[in-house]
Design a protein around this ligand. Structure first.
Ligand code: B12
Ligand code: SF4
Length: 635
């Protein structure tokens, strides 16, 4: 326990820190404004605030709760120690939502705190995933425990109080294992929430919350099913309304619903109906980004209600267009014959689409990846495409299999950010695989294709002024920052002393000279790329025929087309898959009346990844954003 200084009345100091991770030079990835508040932090912060309000430690020991996200706030261990000491010496640091790529940084944050005797507990997907899947606790987690870091596996909704009471007595256990019991989240008294001053550190007026957890599918690269389970657990419509109203009251009205597949949230319709009421009856201007699967368009009313509920952007787990790869990853629910129909349905209602695309499945080669991307550009009416390196993430079946077979996986967890290659591939060398990931962005976001995306969007009634910042973000992150768009932020902050503990401190001259040169380079490239995109938007807006734009991707799939579509004929696996779908379907491949499959047969997206003729159908879409409002690239 930390040395106590004189204080009138002790107050328990609870710090909740969402860690960042290190870039390739070993510096903490941090921004003046990061992309979005973390729901993991919102969930634990709100539960902790609830405990404080209930006076969990009794009236004589109030709890002060502080939340910080290292992607936008510098963590100062000495300041934390001082606050604890000034308030009577009782306190706890919770390191929250620690992903595998954040684990080394999380331990580095804990190290000086532990050395000073501060209690530290750590939770999140890395520890939960490892405990869920591996027979023994892996070496990195054991090493953390040896430093005196307590490990919390599983969800906090039912176990937080017990752990806090142990901390109050200064008796934290080395392990809290809540993996066997998944709590009901229907009506949690303190649902996810973060205060306005926290949200202001991120771009736009956006916050995040999970309306549900769990997924019925079994993709081999997925961690979610092994951590959150395969059964859909969801918040009630009342609880969702509570979250929305709490945020609205503080002026936050844009939301990322973090469910890996909101379409498979068993209560999606009740939640949407409530949101529609809030928008249409109570006049609340609220908007959403959701994540869904490639069969969501088959759920009756789902897309139309998404529109009415204020969904302006949707992330789709496309993952791959080669059926052989989808089968290898046990992602059978993704049907290439549905891809264009689904995308045209989203276009019909004027909602912007993002898709995740994973590189490094067994059949992939640099050539096949290039060819697949050209097919996507030509035949699928997608807006943003984002790439991920197939990664055996701790918590996934892929990781467990390789771990148990003793196959080489990079021991540096910092690299498990789905941007680095961390194991071997049957057809590509490490360099080829890394090269394929790096070049994929440039292959998709060519100047010509940026214009095509904007033209398709304009012709479909999408507000291209809203699309522009998003397109900029996704097409530029890797080119400018060499970082995935989901990790990018506004103005990179770098502190010489915040370097990975196993790397030496650089001299101030070397460090600051490089930092300054980097800033100048980025400002120039950002300005150039932004100006270029703006000129395309202006060109399209000035074109009197732009509303009539039509191309193959915007044309509904009909049977005759299907035979020459490269998506359907690119290789033997695609031809076989299309034949099978035709046999299975009650109607031909372009039929609109296909039955909705039972939920257990439908898809979802795991984030790593987590229609009819819309081509000339112009939908009058209200402006998704006030032009003066800061726009979040994500919501
Ligand atoms: C929303 C989201 C994001 C958002 C915001 C992050 C956030 N955490 O909110 C964004 C878009 C920024 C993002 C980015 C990335 N993400 Co992400 N993300 C998610 C997603 C879809 C939801 C997170 C969430 O809200 N979960 C619900 C919360 C409540 O659950 P939870 O985090 O487990 O927290 C609960 C418990 O674990 C526990 N708990 C957690 N911490 C602690 C601490 C203590 C002390 C205690 C007591 C309890 C406790 O209590 C919480 C409440 O019950 C998850 C998938 C998922 N279903 O979780 C992926 C996921 C977390 N992301 C993942 C990855 C890989 C990434 C990226 C690296 C990849 C990428 N390029 O996109 C980046 C990098 C982010 C970074 N380093 O900055 C992986 C991590 C897997 C792993 N083993 O590491 C996941 C699991 C998806 C996957 N593919 O498997 N992500
Ligand atoms: S569909 Fe998505 S969330 Fe479900 S198992 Fe597959 S990757 Fe995981």
């Amino acid at each position: 326990m930390l040395k106590q200084t004189q204080t009138a009345k002790p107050r328990f100091q609870l710090f909740l820190i969402k860690p960042s991770h290190y870039d390739d030079d070993g510096y903490v990835v941090q921004w003046m404004r990061s992309t979005m508040p973390s729901n993991s932090l919102a969930a634990v912060f709100s539960l902790a605030k609830g405990a404080a309000e209930r006076q969990l430690f009794g009236p004589d020991l109030p709890i002060d709760v502080y939340a910080m996200d290292e992607t936008n706030t510098r963590v100062r261990p000495r300041e934390i120690m001082r606050r604890i000491a000034d308030n009577g010496g009782l306190g706890l640091v919770g390191i929250i939502g620690v992903q595998s790529n954040e684990f080394p940084r999380a331990v580095d944050i804990a190290r000086p705190l532990r050395a000073a005797g501060v209690q530290v507990v750590m939770g999140g997907f890395h520890v939960s995933g490892c405990l869920a899947m591996l027979k023994e606790i892996p070496a990195d987690i054991k090493a953390a425990q040896e430093l005196g870091i307590s490990i919390y596996a599983g969800e906090a909704e039912e176990g937080l109080d017990e752990m806090l009471l142990d901390a109050q007595r200064g008796e934290l256990r080395p392990l809290y294992d809540h993996m066997k019991h998944l709590p009901d989240i229907g009506d949690v008294a303190s649902p996810p929430f973060l205060p306005l001053d926290f949200v202001r550190r991120t771009i736009g007026n956006v916050t995040s919350f999970d309306a549900g957890r769990g997924c019925p599918f079994q993709c081999s690269f997925c961690t979610i099913i092994n951590v959150q389970g395969r059964k859909s657990r969801y918040r009630s419509a009342d609880s969702v309304e509570q979250i929305l109203r709490m945020n609205y009251a503080q002026g936050v009205n844009r939301f990322f619903i973090t469910d890996d597949n909101f379409a498979r949230n068993k209560d999606w319709e009740a939640i949407y109906d409530r949101i529609i009421k809030l928008r249409e009856v109570d006049g609340m201007d609220i908007r959403f980004m959701i994540q869904v699967d490639t069969l969501c368009h088959k759920i009756e009313n789902f897309i139309d209600k998404s529109k009415r509920a204020g969904v302006s952007r949707v992330f789709i787990g496309l993952e791959n267009i080669n059926p052989a790869n989808l089968i290898a990853a046990k992602k059978r629910q993704n049907k290439i014959t549905e891809y264009r129909k689904m995308l045209l349905e989203w276009k019909r209602v004027g909602i912007i689409t993002y898709a995740g695309y994973i590189l490094g499945f067994p059949s992939d080669t640099p050539e096949s990846i290039r060819q697949d991307l050209e097919i996507i550009k030509k035949e699928l009416p997608l807006d943003m495409l984002e790439f991920f390196v197939l990664t055996p993430l701790p918590g996934s079946e892929d990781h467990k299999v390789l771990y148990e077979k003793g196959v080489w996986m990079d021991p540096d967890m910092n690299k498990y950010d789905v941007e680095h290659v961390v194991t071997a591939h049957p057809k590509m060398t490490q360099e080829e695989w890394e090269g394929a990931y790096q070049t994929a962005w440039g292959i998709y976001y060519t100047e010509d294709h940026l214009e095509t995306i904007i033209r398709r969007a304009y012709a479909s009634g999408i507000n291209i002024r809203s699309l522009m910042p998003v397109l900029f973000w996704f097409s530029s992150a890797v080119a400018i920052e060499d970082m995935h768009p989901l990790q990018w932020g506004i103005f990179r902050l770098k502190y010489r002393r915040d370097r990975r503990s196993d790397l030496p401190l650089e001299s101030p001259i070397t460090f600051y000279a490089r930092y300054a040169a980097d800033i100048v380079r980025k400002v120039v490239v950002v300005a150039k790329r932004w100006h270029h995109l703006k000129s395309i938007v202006r060109k399209v807006e000035a074109d009197p025929h732009a509303k009539l734009y039509k191309d193959e991707a915007l044309t509904a799939v009909v049977d005759e087309d299907a035979d020459h579509m490269e998506l359907y004929t690119q290789n033997e696996a695609a031809r076989v898959a299309v034949e099978r779908e035709r046999r299975v379907a009650a109607k031909p491949v372009n039929g609109n009346g296909a039955k909705t499959p039972a939920p257990a047969a439908q898809g979802a997206n795991g984030h790593q990844d987590n229609g009819h003729d819309a081509g000339h159908h112009v939908v009058d879409v209200p402006h998704a954003h006030d032009p003066n409002e800061p726009v979040s690239p994500l919501v």
